[in-house]
Design a protein around this ligand. Structure first.
Ligand SMILES: NC(=O)c1ccc[n+]([C@@H]2O[C@H](COP(=O)([O-])OP(=O)(O)OC[C@H]3O[C@@H](n4cnc5c(N)ncnc54)[C@H](O)[C@@H]3O)[C@@H](O)[C@H]2O)c1
Length: 250
C-alpha cells in the first residue's frame, strides 16, 4: 500500500522494536527520511542499516524519551540530517503491571508515567516548534485501547494512555489551524516483544477478548499510523483512531 505525504522527514520514537520499527520501515519505504530513535543503541543501528540497505533514508538517534534534553536532541537530529521535521510518531512505551491501585508499586507508577505520558509530552514540546518552522505536518501519539477503557490490573499504564488521549486532543485544538494535525492511535493487543512477559494461557485469554479472533500485528498498526500522517487523512485531527480487532466495540 502506498501513501503520499506533504513533507519529507519523520521522527519515530521507540523505533527499534515492534510497532515503532514497523512504522519506521513503512514510512521509509514510502519515501520519508526517518529518524530512528530509541534507547536501545544496537537495535537502532540494525533498523537504520536495514532501511538504508533497502534504498531508504534513515538517521540513528539514541534517546530516552523520559529525558527532555534527549528528546530535544532527537528533534535536532531530524533537522540536522534532513533539513526539517514534518512528521512525528511518539510511540516509545513500556508495559507495567503495578498491581491494582490500592496496592500499586509506586516505582512502577513513576516509571510508566515518565516514559508513556511524559515522553509524549516532551515529544510534543520539541516537535511542534520544529514542525511549525517546517511549514506544517502531522503527529501521531501512541495510546492504546487502555487509553479509552479501564483495566483494573494496570492503573499506571491505564492512566498514562488516557493521558496521551487528552494530551493529543489539547495539542490538536491548539495547532490544527496552524498546520499540524495531531491524532492518537489506540491498538488492541499486538503481537510484539511487549507481550513477551505473558504465558500461553494469558495470551489465549487476550486473543479471546478480540472479536476478530486474534492479536494484531505491528505492521497493521504501522499502516494505521502511516494513514494518519498521510495526505489521505488531511481532515482528521484530534481523533482517537481505534485499531483493536473489535475489542472496544463490546
Ligand atoms: N503491543 C501491544 O499490545 C500494544 C498495544 C497498545 C499500545 N501499545 C503501545 O505501542 C508502543 C510500542 O509498543 P510495542 O508493542 O511495539 O513494544 P516493544 O517493546 O516491541 O517496543 C517498544 C520500544 O520502545 C523502546 N523504549 C522503551 N522505553 C523507552 C524510553 N524510555 N525511551 C526510548 N525508547 C524506549 C524500547 O526500547 C522498544 O524498542 C508502546 O507505547 C505501547 O504501550 C502496544
Amino acid at each position: 500500500m502506498k501513501y503520499s505525504f506533504s513533507g519529507v522527514s519523520a521522527l519515530v520514537t521507540g523505533a527499534a522494536s515492534g510497532i515503532g520499527e514497523a512504522t519506521a520501515r513503512l514510512l521509509a519505504a514510502n519515501g520519508l527520511s526517518v529518524v530512528v530513535s530509541d534507547r536501545d543503541a544496537a537495535a537502532v543501528r540494525r533498523v537504520v542499516d536495514d532501511i538504508v540497505a533497502a534504498g531508504g533514508k534513515a538517521a540513528a538517534n539514541v534517546a530516552d524519551v523520559s529525558r527532555p534534553g534527549e528528546v530535544e536532541a532527537a528533534v535536532d537530529c531530524a533537522v540536522k540530517h534532513f533539513g526539517a521535521l514534518h512528521f512525528a510518531v511518539n510511540n516509545a512505551g513500556v508495559g507495567g503491571d503495578s498491581g491494582p491501585a490500592g496496592e500499586m508499586a509506586l516505582d512502577v507508577w513513576q516509571r510508566v508515567i515518565d516514559i508513556n505520558l511524559n515522553g509524549v509530552a516532551y515529544g510534543l514540546r520539541y516537535e511542534i516548534p520544529a514542525i511549525l518552522a517546517a511549514g506544517g505536518g502531522a503527529i501521531v501519539n501512541m495510546s492504546s485501547i487502555l487509553g479509552l477503557v479501564g483495566a483494573g490490573h494496570a492503573p499506571a499504564y491505564n492512566a498514562s494512555k488516557h493521558g496521551v488521549t487528552g494530551l493529543t486532543r489539547s495539542a490538536a485544538l491548539a495547532y490544527s489551524a496552524k498546520g499540524i494535525r495531531v491524532n492518537s492511535i489506540h491498538p488492541g493487543y499486538v503481537d510484539t516483544p511487549l507481550l513477551g512477559r505473558y504465558d500461553a494461557a494469558t495470551r489465549a485469554g487476550l486473543v479471546s477478548q478480540h472479536p476478530i479472533g486474534r492479536l494484531g500485528s505491528a505492521g497493521e498498526i504501522a499502516h494505521a499510523i502511516a494513514f494518519l500522517l498521510s495526505d489521505g487523512a488531511s481532515f482528521i485531527t484530534g481523533s482517537a483512531l481505534v485499531a483493536d480487532g473489535g475489542y472496544t466495540a463490546q
